[in-house]
Design a protein around this ligand. Sequence first.
Ligand code: 6R9
Length: 648
Amino acid sequence: LTRKASTGEGLYRPLTHHSSGPSSLEFPAFLRHLSSFWAAAARHRLSWISPFHTAQDCDLSRGRIKWFEGGKLNVSVNCLDRHVHTCPEKVALIWERDEPGSEVEVTYRQLLEMTCRLGNLLRRRGVKKGDCVTIYMPPCPLAVASMLACARIGAAHNVVFAGFSAEALAERIRDAHSSTVITVNQGVRGGKVIELKKTVDTAVDSCPMVQQVLVAMRTENPVAMTARDVDMEEEMLKEDVVCEPAVMDSEDVLFLLYTSGSTGKPKGLVHTQAGYLLYAALTHRYVFSYHDGDVFGCVADIGWITGHSYSVYGPLANGGTTVLFESTPIYPDPGRYWEMVQRLKINQFYGAPTAIRLLLKYGDQWVHKYDRSTLKTLGSVGEPINTEAWEWYHRVVGDGRCPVVDTWWQTETGGICISPRPSDPDAEIVPGMAMRPFFGIKPVLMDTEGKVLTSNNTSGALCISQPWPGMARTIHNNHQRYIETYCQPYPGYFFTGDGAYRSKEGYYQITGRLDDVINVSGHRIGTAEIEDVVNQCSAVAESACIGYSHDIKGQGVYTFVVLKKDVDVQETDLSRLLNDMVSKKIAKYACPDFIQFVHRLPKTRSGKIMRRVLRKVVERDLNGLGDLSTLDDPAAVQEIIQASDKCY
Ligand code: 6R9
């Protein structure tokens, strides 16, 4: 940087330990008390404009979570400026574009410049501290710059996965009250062009609050621009490369991220500045044993929390080099990941079990073809990893040399909460187990009566008994729902919605969701969200949607549909129509794998659909149907069993 922002250099203490690398477990050994542990970590790892006065002020039972109050900082300064001061030419991002071999590197200096220009542009166009900007982009440097530009000027960002439909996008824009949207003309994925700007146009037509859409050019194909559209790159060039960072309170909002819950309406989880950044940085460094100079390859999309914490915030806060993966695991062939590992010399690879299961089926030769000797740690996230996939990942991909870290966490937790590392480098890792809580995380299992299970070799509802800095603070515009979902089920504890088993040795294994949320290829979707869409079809009286075990996707979607009386349609046509509707209103990944038309659904006498019974029927576990005494009409179940071979 030739010019310095007036509040820039000097105010931010250099990160003294940045280049010395972590010495694995020093924090907990020295610091007994949790608050002082987090306070020391925050002082040590983050650059503050002014120090905080209170490490934490939390009351889990009331959903009040505050960390590092009184502290002032800027997240983009923490992710960029402080590294530009020490190593401006270090590569921050490697943009692994769809076409292999066409990667683009962006240094810390360049990323800061992009971020500042964009921050200035947003400011000039009226975006203010406290506003929320929606970002609908594939993983690319300008998407990261957009997130950081929001952080720079104190606006919150709301990244919406660019696979979501126009309606799903519109719902999120409206709920977040965004008046600015950032997108690209087109996306490119798996060799196909995706019309992202058109999707945004359709979405924005039903969002009266949107005043402007900033459009960057991912491809050279022009797109129709309307009066509200702004040519983002052209306008950025007119801006200064220095942008005054907003002075933010620790608890100001950094971003919203929508995720599925057990009701039809997705919830906008709110993460704040200091606590989130600290937690992302610390988990990134210790879980993956990330060292200075390593290339970190998280292949998640930036539209999910994994992309936020481990493609963007964690690695950049640590001054690392991070990969943005635009493609798919099988483009142009099933060797893509490992060819990329070889070409980019990736040291930590972080992916999802669904992709591992898919690649395993293509055979070992796709892995053996490439040199993977740079790999040091392999990570898994998003859903349980079955033993076969784990073993293959470990033995074939990692040549048996690399620890596999199965990392359990959620959009709500901000960062990894349970994973085999950090631990003693020689400590055992059990396949398919997340195993050990991260520093400061206290997992608890609850029985059905809400009592804490103290013994080992037991299963229960997974809760966390003490607040941690990375946890979501609220649900946007609905704190009551936050309290009801996370704080009230087990008063005084944070309820995760997952079930878990604690082994004889005290290790944790996640068993799956306890609510009506299913996990398709690692993507969360509420069964109620799919039912909502299916029920909108004029031929449908009601529907029930469940998850069933699927070889590759982890879970697939099975939908039972009851038609209205006197409806006369071809079932195949209707199932095609319903699939189209789900794809248009939510996203392709949420489409039912099977649709079964039935005359009625099994219900309790109080009218609740008995999904438990439907699940057993789909699993063909007819002896496990369980207690049917509350069933209103037992014939409904028999009918479904008999007809279940007739589905689409
Ligand atoms: C990070 C992320 C969260 C839900 C979570 C759980 C499932 C995530 C897992 C896992 C077993 C793991 N999940 N990691 N289940 N083992 N290692 O995926 O966030 O999209 O919010 O999903 O995913 O059910 O509750 P999110």
